[in-house]
Design a protein around this ligand. Sequence first.
Ligand SMILES: Cc1cc2nc3c(=O)[nH]c(=O)nc-3n(C[C@H](O)[C@H](O)[C@H](O)COP(=O)(O)OP(=O)(O)OC[C@H]3O[C@@H](n4cnc5c(N)ncnc54)[C@H](O)[C@@H]3O)c2cc1C
Length: 151
Amino acid sequence: MAKRKLSVAIIGAGMGGLTVAATLRRVGIEVQVYEQASKFARIGAGIQQSSNAIKVLRLLGLEAHLRRVAFEPRAWLNREWDTGTPTNEFLLGSDIEERFGAPYLLMHRGDLHAALASIVPSEIIHLNKQVVGLTTAPSGGDPTVISSFTT
Ligand SMILES: Cc1cc2nc3c(=O)[nH]c(=O)nc-3n(C[C@H](O)[C@H](O)[C@H](O)COP(=O)(O)OP(=O)(O)OC[C@H]3O[C@@H](n4cnc5c(N)ncnc54)[C@H](O)[C@@H]3O)c2cc1C
């Protein structure tokens, strides 16, 4: 029996779904992404991406762009709530980049989401599609079939 090509349905085009879609496509796996929202919007606020996350984004070819739109803090500083006395200063900036091989960046969530969306072809992102059920097919068929959507 001919081996079937793996095809993966990803539910949700948030940062997780888009990252999975982009990484699977890099290794030649076909994906389709289903998102219940009707459009992407610049929602949320600041988001931190530590060195390990940046290494994934580097692999996806997004590091240079994100360095341009992000802020690279010098340090993480904790203070006592009432006096403001520093209790801990964790150096970031070039210090963390040397230590872990990637920077620690702060950016708007919308910028990160837009960067991820830019590397996933829009034809495979299906907006207005809410997955409302999954069924498992009998053996021999598709292991899991999306049974229904609402639009
Ligand atoms: C206050 C706060 C601060 C955070 N700060 C950070 C931070 O600084 N750094 C960091 O790395 N992470 C941070 N996180 C975590 C980060 O936001 C999440 O890890 C990330 O958003 C998860 O991505 P996701 O794609 O799995 O989920 P989501 O971003 O929630 O996306 C899920 C998507 O799936 C869609 N969906 C849901 N159900 C269905 C359905 N049935 N059918 C179709 N579509 C569906 C939704 O509409 C949505 O678009 C923070 C989270 C919160 C709440």
